[in-house]
Design a binder for this molecule. Sequence first.
Ligand SMILES: [Zn+2]
Length: 311
Amino acid sequence: MKSHRLRSLMVALLTTSVLLGVSGFALGLLVPTETTVTELAPGVFFRKAQWQPDFIGCNQGWIIFEDFVLVIEASFPNQAEALIKEIRKTTDKPIKYVFDTHWHGDHADGNPVFVSEGASAIASESSREQFLNKGIASFDKQKQEKPAEYGKLKYGVPAVYFPKKMILEDATQRVELIHLGHGHTPGDAVAWLPKQGILFTGDSCVNGAFNYTGESNTSSWISVLTEMAKMPIKIVCPGHGERSDAKLVETQRRYFVELRQAIQEAIAAGKSLDEIKKTIDLPWYKEWAGVTVRERAENIEHVYKELTSKT
Ligand SMILES: [Zn+2]
C-alpha cells in the first residue's frame, strides 16, 4: 500500500479522544498517530502501526507457541527491529518463522532482520515470482534511498512456500496460513487463528483509505473477501489501520463491489474515464476512509481498465 493522509475525520476523532482524556484506541476510535501493542488473547499480540504524521509500515503480530514464536508481517527493517524489542518484552522463545502476507516492502523488507535472529520467512507459493522479481528490485531501490536502514542488509526471500494452506499447531496455538486467491496481489495470504477467531488479513483487508489496486484483480478480490466473510471472525487485524471485527471485511468488500458497479454503470452511460473520475460518488466511503472515493483516483483508473480491457 502507499501512505495516505487521512484528514478531517481522523483529526476530529483524535481531538475527541484527547478531550475525553482517554485513549481513543481503548474506545475503538482511530488514532493514526499512535503505534500500539495489544494482547488480543493469551500469547497473541497485535502491533498497530501509526500512519500519521509518518507512515512507518504495516501492522504486525506475533504468536507465542510452546517452543517458538511466529511473527506476522516483517514490515520495513527498522520496524522489524522495533517488533523484536516488543516481542522480547513478552517472551524469550526463539522467533522461528516470519509470515509475509505478500511481497510489498512495507510488509516483507524486514525479512533479513528476522533471518539474522534465526527465523525463516514463509509466504504463499503464488507470491514466489513477485518476491524473486519485484521484491528484489524494490529492495535494491530502497537500499539506494535509505542506506542507513537497508545498507547492511541482503534481501530475504522466503525460505518456505506453501500452496494453499499451511498449519502451525501445538497444544496452545493453531495458526492457519491461507492463500484465498488473487486479491491485493496475486500471492496474498492471511493468518487465521480458529480457536480465537482472529484473522490477520494483510492488505486483502484494510481499515481506511489504504487500498492499493495496482497489482490487484478486483473481481477476484471480491471473491477472496466473500470467502473471508464466511469465517467465524471475532477480531480482524487489517494490514493497515485500526483493528476491527467481522464487519470490516464486509466494508472492504462493499468498496470494491460498489466501485465496480458505479464505474460499470458510468461506462454503460457512455462516460469517459475523466468524467467518471470527476463525478463518481460513494458518500459512505468517506465516512469509513476519511477521504472521498474520488481522491483514490488510481483505484478508479485500475477498475476502469479492468472493465474496459478486451482480454
Ligand atoms: Zn501491499
